[in-house]
Design a binder for this molecule. Structure first.
Ligand SMILES: Cc1cc2nc3c(=O)[nH]c(=O)nc-3n(C[C@H](O)[C@H](O)[C@H](O)COP(=O)(O)OP(=O)(O)OC[C@H]3O[C@@H](n4cnc5c(N)ncnc54)[C@H](O)[C@@H]3O)c2cc1C
Length: 441
């Protein structure tokens, strides 16, 4: 196994940096077991695309991206088993070429399977990606392997667990037959799209709203399943639309110094990039997932029950439209929908949920981006839950109020990892873990 010594670990947008003593580039489960067993403290990372400080911060680190093979297909059961460092895009291409899909995809394909599962990564109109995991070989703190299947109670704790219960080694996903979507996109006034959410969720197979703060508009994307041979006259809008992210980057360049520029920039971006209609067809992966990004970002995302969302939205809109408070928000705020599940740390635990993204196009100045604080204050007041992989300030005290199974999760974690091997300083504070004897940094 290759090792790197005494280097610096840097997250994708360079907002998190840690010196490490040893980084293990594992390629087999046996290597993973040995490395876990022989270190007192260890974290493991995938594509380093989380904004939350959850992936590094210990002297020993495991690079999971070198553990990245497709292990097997079961064609009768439509399942695929993969090593957890596999990049999501590679998994999706492999299952698509077999005629299968996973019906709820995030808008990113460069993340690893392990990273995606650990943080509750989701798409829209379905469940979290981790709900499609039906079996997982989990490497525990002592280096042994425990197979957890969908029928084990532990699975409800494991599906979303931030790598605090163990390292997910191989994962089996339940896939479904692939389908084709007919997508229609276009702008709508807030007073039009907001009241239609529930009826559209019933009517359409896909619904996503890119809300455009400071413009009173949302850009609504609906999708309906169609026969793949159905003819759709494709309209992808003018060619220059592909430059939207570059234009945003330029227009927002000085918004950390003069936040109010955001309101003007958003109106321009709306006119230039979100005011026309589009129509096209394709698979969920091909037609709805962004395949490349020109620049890095800093992200927050908050979630709240579907029933409470209209009230939260109105409060947020009123707050960010007050010019006095500097909470101007870059375009777009991605509004998506996740159906109720029973995973303990899922945003959708026992409630149909709306997720709302918040982006700063300038990652380096994200600390000065007031909007991250404003959105957190408003959502948390309404029992909203933060995306585990993104930026938020809430800790144990707040999280125990919003996750009914928070304490139960902490108990399971303490049983499986009695010496806090898998906790870095951020996670220790997040769950307010008791420092134990034998724990060394
Ligand atoms: C541009 C962009 C777009 C995004 N879009 C979406 C989206 O549409 N929907 C959404 O929900 N999220 C989205 N995210 C968030 C992203 O999905 C998560 O941050 C995800 O965790 C990143 O995966 P990663 O491979 O980079 O994991 P990392 O950031 O490297 O690690 C994340 C966590 O996973 C743990 N981990 C890694 N591998 C394993 C393993 N094998 N076993 C156990 N734990 C493990 C790490 O220890 C860490 O705690 C987006 C992020 C970016 C930057």
């Amino acid at each position: 196994m290759k090792q790197n010594n005494n280097g610096t670990w840097v997250s994708w947008n360079e907002n998190l940096k840690y010196n490490y003593k040893t980084m293990y580039n594992i390629t087999s489960q046996e290597e993973l077991q040995d490395v876990v067993a022989s270190n007192k403290k260890i974290r493991f990372f995938g594509s380093k695309q989380s904004s939350a400080d959850i992936a590094a911060g210990t002297d020993a680190l495991i690079n999971m991206t070198t553990y990245n093979k497709i292990v097997s297909f079961d064609y009768d059961k439509k399942t695929i088993t993969v090593q957890s460092g596999l990049i999501l895009g590679e998994l999706l291409e492999a299952i698509e070429s077999t005629g299968w899909c996973i019906p709820c995809l995030p808008d990113i394909n460069t993340i690893t399977i392990g990273g995606a599962l650990a943080t509750g990564t989701h798409g829209t109109n379905g469940k979290l990606l981790s709900e499609y995991m039906i079996s997982c070989d989990l490497v525990l703190a002592d280096g042994s392997v425990k197979t957890v299947t969908k029928d084990d109670e532990l699975m409800d704790a494991l599906r979303v667990s931030l790598g605090m219960l163990g390292v997910m080694s191989t994962i089996t996903f339940q896939c479904e037959p692939a389908y084709t979507l007919h997508l229609k996109e276009g702008p709508e006034d807030d007073k039009e799209w907001l009241p239609k959410i529930k009826s559209r969720l019933k009517k359409h197979d896909f619904l996503r709203v890119l809300w455009l703060p400071h413009t009173n508009k949302g850009y609504v994307i609906t999708g309906d399943k169609i026969d793949p041979d159905t003819e759709v006259i494709e309209n992808l809008g003018p060619d220059y639309l592909k430059h939207r992210r570059t234009a945003s980057k330029i227009l927002y360049k000085y918004t950390h110094i003069f936040p109010w520029i955001t309101a003007i920039a958003n109106k321009l971006l709306y006119k230039g990039f979100f005011s026309s209609k589009k129509e096209h067809k394709g698979t969920l992966y091909q037609a709805t997932v962004t395949k490349s990004r020109g620049s890095t970002l800093e992200l927050a995302e908050w979630t709240v029950s579907l029933d409470k969302f209209p009230e939260v939205f109105k409060e947020l809109k009123a707050e960010i439209n007050k010019w006095s408070n500097k909470s101007f928000i870059h375009i777009p705020m991605d509004v998506r929908f996740v159906y109720e599940d029973k995973s303990w740390l899922s945003y959708a635990y026992k409630q149909d949920t709306v997720t709302m993204g918040c982006v700063s196009r300038n990652a380096a100045t994200a600390d000065t981006y007031e909007a991250f604080k404003t959105i957190e204050n408003i959502f948390i007041k309404h029992g909203g839950r933060p995306h585990w992989g993104k930026r938020f300030a809430a800790k144990d005290k707040e999280l125990q109020q919003i996750y009914p199974k928070w304490e139960a999760f902490k108990e399971v974690r303490a049983e499986l990892d009695p010496t806090n091997k898998f906790l870095n300083p951020y996670l220790t504070e997040l769950i307010n873990a008791k420092i134990v004897v034998n724990e060394t940094a």
